[in-house]
Structure formats: structure tokens, C-alpha cells
Design a protein around this ligand. Structure first.
Ligand code: ZN
Length: 269
């Protein structure tokens, strides 16, 4: 490998190095996040820093290409605090899809959308995966970090509620970028008293119906920006979650390396 740390980080390679890398791998990791408020104790980039660092650890252990991350996502419920950006659902969907389709044109066959802005932009990325698979002949996967590290997070959690910028995300960040977390400013914010039946504010909540949060509602629920208890986050918890997600994604990338190119017949374009 040409890159100094042995990772095919696309932004740092020449086109000839990419051409050579394609002899080794046809799998690309694309970190997808959002730039949005994460409380008093963490910066706006959390949802990108997490999937980018996870993808980097996977890339250290496997042959795959690491694409520059997508920094902007669907975050209309966080615009009540400055620094948050949001794009429309369809804009986001088309942008992510087009990036993957252009990579397919120069040889990428498998793409993993490593999503750090979980829950909210899952539907869009599920649609992108379906389009890439059915219309563009790729093998595409949506990898929401929260779903993949769920077992480890359930095993280590000590708070009742971890919804946004709280126990889970703060623990992940303490493992990946401790210098970006200010635990002296971490706060515990309780969930709403007036939650409706069949809805749950926890990230692993038992939601029986589809629902959504507005910026006004978030503003009403949290003065800090986080929802849940960020004070119980630890690096040890974060390490368990990071190791879990890196191990799972590594398995998927290794399995893809053993497959032939997806059949052109699968594509309908
Ligand atoms: Zn987040």
C-alpha cells in the first residue's frame, strides 16, 4: 500500500494509487454523518468523527477504500442551537447516491454507508441502498453505528435514558477523541414527562409507531442540547462499543472480499 499508515484513504492518494488499490479491493467505506449540536460537552462534528474513526479502524485491518466523509445530513430537529446544518431529505438521498454511483464507474463494487447520525437519516440511507443495489448493480449496505454496537451498549449502559449526546455517544467519543470531550460540562437531562404511549425517547427505545421530533420540541425538552445522562459516559464503555462495531464491520468487509463482482444482470439501468 502506498499510504504511510497502510490505509487506502482516497483523499490522500493519486489516481494511479487508486488504480493500483482497485487490484486489491473493490469495497469502499463511506462515513456519513451530520454537523449538529451535541450539548455543552461535545463539538458539532461528533456524528462524522465517530463513523470516520470507526471506518479508519476497519480499514487498518482489511483491504478497503476509505472515502472522504459526508459532513452534512438531515438534522431539522437540531436547528434550535447555532452551528447545526440540515439538508432536505431528497437532496441528501441524491447526493449520497450520486457519490456511490460515481465510484461504481471507476470500479467500486461494494459500498458500506457507515452512518453516525443514527435514527434520523436511516430511512434515506435505506432508500439509497435499495437504489444502488437494484438500479446500479452494486452491493450496498447501510451500517448505522447504533444498531451494530447495540449488544455492547446494552451490556455496559448504566443510565435509563441515552437519546442524544448522552451515555452512548459520549462514551464512543471518549474512546475515539477524548481531547474533544469536556466531561466537566457534561449534564444529565431527563426525558419528557409527557411522552405518548407507543413512543420512547431512548436510542434503543421500544417505539411501536413512527414519529419525529421538531426543533421546537427539542428546544422545549433540553436547554443543554443533550437528552439523557452524559455524566455516566466512560472511555471503557466506549471501547467496548467501538471494538464491537469495528469487529462486526470488519467481518462484513472480509466476507465481501471473497465474493465475485455483482452480476451486471442484477442492474436494470
Ligand atoms: Zn450524534
Amino acid at each position: 500500500m502506498d499510504d504511510s499508515d497502510g490505509i487506502y484513504r482516497l483523499a490522500e492518494l493519486t489516481w494511479q494509487e487508486v488504480e493500483a488499490a482497485l487490484e486489491e479491493t473493490r469495497t469502499m467505506l463511506l462515513p456519513v454523518g451530520s454537523t449538529e449540536q451535541h450539548g455543552h460537552h461535545m463539538p458539532l462534528g461528533v456524528d462524522v468523527y465517530m463513523p470516520d474513526a470507526v471506518a479508519e479502524r476497519v480499514a487498518e485491518q482489511t483491504d478497503c477504500l476509505l472515502a472522504p466523509p459526508i459532513w452534512y445530513g438531515v438534522s431539522p430537529h437540531h436547528t434550535f442551537k447555532p452551528g447545526t446544518f440540515t439538508v432536505e431529505s431528497e437532496t441528501f438521498q441524491h447526493y449520497v447516491r450520486d457519490i456511490c454511483v460515481s465510484a461504481a464507474e471507476w470500479g467500486v463494487e461494494n459500498v458500506l454507508l457507515i452512518n453516525g447520525h443514527y435514527l434520523v437519516q436511516d430511512p434515506e440511507l435505506d432508500v439509497v441502498v435499495r437504489e444502488l443495489t437494484n438500479e446500479h448493480g452494486m452491493r450496498a449496505f447501510h451500517v448505522p453505528l447504533i444498531s451494530v454496537f447495540r449488544d455492547a451498549a446494552e451490556a455496559v449502559r448504566t443510565s435509563e435514558l441515552s437519546f442524544h449526546a448522552s451515555e452512548f455517544e459520549t462514551s464512543m467519543m471518549l474512546e475515539l477523541f477524548p481531547e474533544l470531550v469536556d466531561m466537566d460540562r457534561a449534564e444529565a437531562v431527563d426525558g419528557p414527562e409527557d411522552a405518548l404511549p407507543l413512543t420512547d425517547y431512548d436510542a434503543f427505545g421500544d417505539n411501536r409507531v413512527g414519529w419525529s421530533l421538531s426543533a421546537d420540541r427539542m428546544d422545549e425538552l433540553t436547554h443543554t442540547g443533550n437528552l439523557g445522562d452524559a455524566t455516566v459516559a466512560t472511555r471503557e464503555k466506549g471501547k467496548r462499543m467501538v471494538d464491537d462495531v469495528v469487529g462486526n464491520v470488519t467481518q462484513l468487509v472480509d466476507a465481501l472480499a471473497g465474493l465475485d463482482a455483482p452480476s451486471a444482470d442484477d442492474a436494470t439501468e
